[in-house]
Design a protein around this ligand. Structure first.
Ligand code: HEM
Length: 511
C-alpha cells in the first residue's frame, strides 16, 4: 500500500476539521431543538392544543391548519415536531409579523425552513445587513421598466411550447408542461434568450433533481444535514456542483464581455445585476451573484408553474369565466400575439389571476422566527418561536370574504367587494412588508402573457372521468400529482363547427 502524501494528509485534516465543525454546528442545533422539545409551552403562549400536532400535520397539512384555526382562532400556539409554533391567520397579526415587527420576526431559526446550498445565502434566506444590501442591489432588476423587457421572450417561449407540444391540443399534464415552460422563461430572463439559457436547459435534470431534494428536505420532519454522505445527499451535491459550474462560467463570461465590449449592454437580469453598485462603488461578488441567480430560479420557477396550473384548472372548472377571459383577450389582442403594453388592458384576466391566488396561493404559509422575546396579540412569544402566517387560511376566512368559497373573478373588478383587500391586509399571496416577493411584477406579467397566449388558442376542460386534481401542501401548495386537462384548439373547433353547418345546409337543400 502506498504511503499517504503530505498533501493528502493536509486534505484529510481539512476535511476532518470541516466535518467536526459541521458536526458541532449540527449538535448545537440539535441541542437547541431538544431543549425546545422538552420544555412545555409557556403559560402566556397563544392558546392551542396540548399535544404535538406532527401526525395530523403529516397526514394533511391544510386540514390540520384549518382545524387549528377553527378550534382556537386566528392566533394559535402549538407544538409541531417538538418545535413551538404560532399560527397566524388574521389581517392585523399578519401585518404585525410582516411589517410592524419585521426586524423581530426574521428568517434564521425558522423551523422546517429549507436553508440549502442550492439557494446559498440568497434573498430568500438571508437576514440583516447582508439581506438589506442584496435586496438594494437586486431591486433595480425587478423594477417595472426592467421586467417589461422580458415580455417578448415570455410570449415567444410560450408560443414555442404551444406549437411544439400542444399543437392540436389533446390531453396534457399541464403541470409538467408549465414546470418546463417557467424554467425556460426564468432562465432566459436571468441569462438572456441565447446560448446561455440553452446551457441552463442542459442542466435541466440537475435543476429538477436539486429542486426535488430541496422539497423533500423542506417537508421532512427530520433533516439529515447536506454534508452527510447519504445516497440522496451525494446525488444532490453532484447536481448542485453541475449547476454551479454552469452558473459561475456564465458569470465570468459576462463579466469579461462587459469589460471588453463596446456593444450595447444586454438586458438580462445577470447583466443588470453586474451593473449595479452600492454607494461605495462595490457590486456583488461572484458568490453573491450565484446565490441570487439560484434563488431567483428556485423562488420564481415553481411558484409560477403552480399558479399557471391552478389557473388552467379554474378555466376547466368554470367554463363561463373562461369564455369571459377569452372574449376580453379577443377584443384586446384582435388576433395578434400579446405584448407587454396589453397586460394592463387585460383587466378581467388580472381579476381572474387574483381570484386564483386567493383560493390557491402557492405560498400557503410563510415562516418566520422570533429573534428575541416579543409579544403578539397580548401573548408572550419566546425567542426561537416559529411563526407561520397563512395566506391560505386568511384568504378563505368568511369574516373577510363574502361568498368565500365561490370562484368569482368579478369581485376584483371595479366596484367589486375584493378591491379593498389589497389595502386591508386580508390578501397576502406575495407576502408583505420589506420581505415581500421581489418577483411579484415579473410573475404577474408572466402569468398574464402565458394565459393570454393559451386562452386565445385553446379551450380548456377536464377530461371525462378524470378526477378534479387536489392540492398538496409541501413547501408550496402544489398539485398532488399530474394535472391532466383537455386542450381543444379553438381554430379547429371553429372549422369543425363551420363544416358541420355546411353539411347541415347541404342536407336541408337536398331535402
Ligand atoms: C406566482 C408566483 C410567485 C409567488 C406566489 C411568490 C410568492 C412569494 C412570497 C409569499 C414571498 C415571501 C416569502 C417570505 O416572506 O418568506 C416571496 C419572496 C420572494 N420571491 Fe416570490 N413568488 C412568486 C414568483 C417569484 C418570481 C418570479 C421570483 C423571481 C424571479 C421570485 C423571487 C422571490 C424572492 C427572491 C423572494 C425573497 C424576497 C426577500 O426576502 O427579499 N418570486 N415570493
Amino acid at each position: 500500500m502506498g504511503s499517504i502524501s503530505a498533501a493528502n494528509l493536509e486534505l484529510i485534516a481539512t476535511l476532518a476539521s470541516h466535518c467536526l465543525q459541521r458536526t458541532t454546528e449540527s449538535v448545537k442545533q440539535g441541542q437547541a431543538v431538544l431543549q425546545q422539545a422538552v420544555q412545555p409551552l409557556p403559560s402566556c403562549f397563544p392558546p392551542g392544543p396540548n399535544g404535538d400536532v406532527a401526525l395530523d400535520f403529516a397526514r394533511d397539512p391544510l386540514e390540520c391548519l384549518a382545524s387549528l384555526k377553527s378550534r382556537y382562532g386566528s392566533l394559535v400556539g402549538f407544538k409541531l415536531a417538538s418545535r413551538p409554533i404560532v399560527l397566524v391567520s388574521s389581517p392585523n397579526f399578519s401585518r404585525e409579523v410582516f411589517v410592524t415587527q419585521s426586524s423581530t420576526f426574521i428568517k434564521a431559526g425558522t423551523a422546517f425552513f429549507p436553508g440549502s446550498s442550492l439557494a446559498g445565502n440568497g434573498l430568500l434566506v438571508s437576514d440583516g445587513d447582508i439581506w438589506k444590501r442584496q435586496r438594494r442591489l437586486s431591486n433595480p432588476a425587478f423594477r417595472r421598466a426592467a421586467i417589461q423587457t422580458y415580455a417578448e421572450a415570455m410570449v415567444n417561449i410560450t408560443e414555442k411550447m404551444v406549437d411544439k407540444v400542444w399543437r392540436t391540443g389533446g390531453v396534457r399534464d399541464v403541470y409538467a408542461d408549465f414546470n418546463e415552460l417557467t424554467m425556460e422563461i426564468v432562465a432566459s430572463a436571468l441569462f438572456g434568450a441565447s446560448e446561455a439559457s440553452e446551457e441552463m436547459a442542459q442542466v435541466g435534470p440537475a435543476i429538477t433533481q436539486a429542486f426535488q431534494f430541496f422539497t423533500r428536505r423542506a417537508t421532512s420532519m427530520f433533516i439529515v444535514p447536506e454534508w452527510v454522505p447519504t445516497f440522496d445527499n451525494i446525488q444532490y451535491n453532484n447536481a448542485v456542483t453541475d449547476l454551479n459550474k454552469v452558473v459561475f462560467r456564465l458569470i465570468n463570461e459576462r463579466r469579461r464581455q462587459l469589460a471588453n465590449s463596446s456593444a450595447p449592454p444586454r438586458k438580462d437580469l445577470l447583466t443588470r445585476l453586474l451593473h449595479v453598485t452600492d454607494e461605495d462603488g462595490s457590486g456583488m461578488d461572484n458568490q453573491s451573484l450565484r446565490d441570487e441567480l439560484m434563488t431567483f430560479l428556485v423562488a420564481g420557477q415553481e411558484t409560477s408553474a403552480i399558479l399557471l396550473t391552478w389557473a388552467l384548472l379554474m378555466f376547466a372548472l368554470h367554463p363561463h369565466t373562461q369564455e369571459l377571459v377569452f372574449q376580453e383577450i379577443s377584443e384586446v389582442l384582435n388576433g395578434q400575439l400579446p405584448r407587454q403594453t396589453d397586460v394592463s388592458k387585460l383587466r378581467y384576466l388580472e381579476a381572474f389571476i387574483w381570484e386564483t391566488l386567493r383560493l390557491m396561493p402557492p405560498a400557503y404559509v410563510v415562516g418566520r422566527c422570533a429573534c428575541h422575546p416579543t409579544e403578539l396579540g397580548g401573548y408572550k412569544i419566546p425567542q426561537g418561536t416559529t411563526i407561520l402566517v397563512s395566506p391560505y387560511l386568511l384568504h378563505q376566512d368568511p369574516a373577510f370574504w363574502p361568498r368565500v368559497s365561490e370562484f368569482d373573478p368579478s369581485r376584483w373588478m371595479p366596484g367589486g367587494d375584493a378591491t379593498e383587500h389589497m389595502e386591508n391586509d386580508s390578501f397576502w399571496p406575495f407576502g408583505g412588508g420589506p420581505r415581500n416577493c421581489i418577483g411579484m411584477g415579473f410573475a404577474m406579467m408572466e402569468v398574464t402573457l402565458v394565459l393570454a397566449v393559451i386562452s386565445s388558442r385553446f379551450r380548456v376542460s377536464l377530461p371525462v372521468g378524470e378526477p378534479i386534481p387536489s392540492p398538496r401542501a409541501m413547501i408550496t401548495l402544489r398539485p398532488e400529482s399530474e394535472v391532466k386537462l383537455r386542450l381543444t384548439s379553438r381554430r379547429q373547433q371553429r372549422q369543425r363547427k363551420s363544416e358541420a353547418a355546411d353539411e347541415m345546409k347541404v342536407i336541408v337543400c337536398l331535402n
